[in-house]
Design a protein around this ligand. Structure first.
Ligand code: SAM
Ligand code: SF4
Length: 324
């Protein structure tokens, strides 16, 4: 289905839970666990219904996210039920990979196509600092397992944080040389109240690209064609197995190419990541959901308001309550 601005909306990001086993400093407050009642959250059946209706309206790609999607009870079943829905071509997941070692095999067998693993540092002490609760080795084990089971695509998502991981940009880029993994650098977004990091920590994507070009040399960095619907600017180190991607929601927004809507774990459709507009579908029949999904697609703004440290996201939610 097309929105008011003739963008074809094919991609639904589904947050399965607001809960997380980490507490990344830019994403959620330390005590920011879900305060909502169980009855307020989407049931597994409601989520599957919403995806079935969305598929009828032209959604072909689903990304499961959270909070941490691997904490969701029955996650493997959920994936396999989504895969059975007519019209759904791809089921993807964004995860911190802490539990991936345990689930990767079953997820692959259930039909999960692609996996994005969030990883902001390759150093144990810094991992502990940024995630407040995590152990780097758990995520690295999850990444290895993902490679072993062979998902169609594996990406690492790294949030650029000046003064924290800008000294590791080249190390992350090097991962793509020998492994079939894409590394994508994402600009830090000033969300609702999650900011442990202020304006000084913001690093525009072109600075990261510049560092990579300086290190590897201009002749060794090739520009690549973007996959359809992808919001990343793609590059490749010569002869590398994976790509480098740069996602710049702040410095260079990509609203003109936006092909997505979002469903939160408490059953609200979000036409735009950075707007407070939410459309409730929790508790509705599939017919009623259909009307609401159409409404959400029509409600997509042409672009979001300015996003900066003086004009923070208008989302009124932290990222763990949206799903990224
Ligand atoms: N827990 C899963 C994970 O971390 O991959 C899925 C949910 S998490 C909210 C989805 C993505 O949002 C992660 O890649 C995370 O790094 C990113 N994210 C969270 N807060 C962000 C922020 N303020 N700016 C940019 N990216 C952010
Ligand atoms: Fe959890 Fe993902 Fe947010 Fe980190 S980024 S706190 S892993 S939801």
């Amino acid at each position: 289905m097309r929105d008011k601005y003739n963008r074809e909306i094919k991609y639904l990001r589904v947050s399965l839970t607001e809960l997380c086993n980490l507490r990344c400093r830019y994403c959620m407050p330390y005590d920011g666990v879900c305060k909502k009642k169980h009855e307020e959250m989407m049931t597994e059946e409601e989520t599957i219904s919403a995806i079935r209706v969305a598929a009828k309206l032209g959604i072909t790609k689903i990304r499961l996210t959270g909070g941490e999607p691997l904490l969701k009870k029955n996650i493997v079943n959920i994936v396999s039920n989504i895969k059975k829905i007519d019209g759904i071509e791809e089921v993807c997941m964004t995860t911190n990979a802490v539990l991936l070692d345990k689930y990767a095999n079953d997820l692959k067998n259930a039909g999960l196509d692609r996996i994005n693993i969030s990883l902001d540092t390759l150093k144990e002490d810094k991992f502990k600092y940024i995630t407040r609760l995590g152990n780097l080795q758990d995520t690295l084990n999850g990444l290895d397992k993902a490679l072993e089971v062979g998902f169609k695509k594996i990406k690492i998502n790294t949030v650029l944080i000046g003064g924290f991981n800008d000294d590791e940009i080249v190390d992350f880029a090097k991962i793509t040389i020998d492994k079939p993994i894409d590394v994508r650098f994402i600009e830090l977004m000033p969300m609702y109240d999650s900011g442990d990091f202020g304006e000084k920590a913001f690093m525009p994507y072109d600075k990261a690209l510049e560092r990579i070009i300086t290190y590897f040399g201009n002749d060794n960095i090739e520009k690549s064609e973007n996959a359809k619907g992808s919001v990343a600017k793609l590059y490749k180190i010569k002869d590398a197995k994976g790509h480098l991607g740069f996602i710049s929601p702040v410095n260079n927004h990509f609203c003109a190419e936006c092909n997505r809507i979002r469903l939160t774990a408490d059953g609200k459709l979000k036409p735009c990541l950075h707007s407070s507009q939410e459309i409730v579908i929790k508790g509705l029949s599939e017919d009623e959901m259909e009307k609401k999904i159409v409404e959400a697609i029509y409600a997509k703004p042409e672009k979001h308001d300015e996003l900066s440290y003086v004009s923070r996201s208008k989302s009124n939610r932290n990222m763990n309550e949206i799903g990224g």
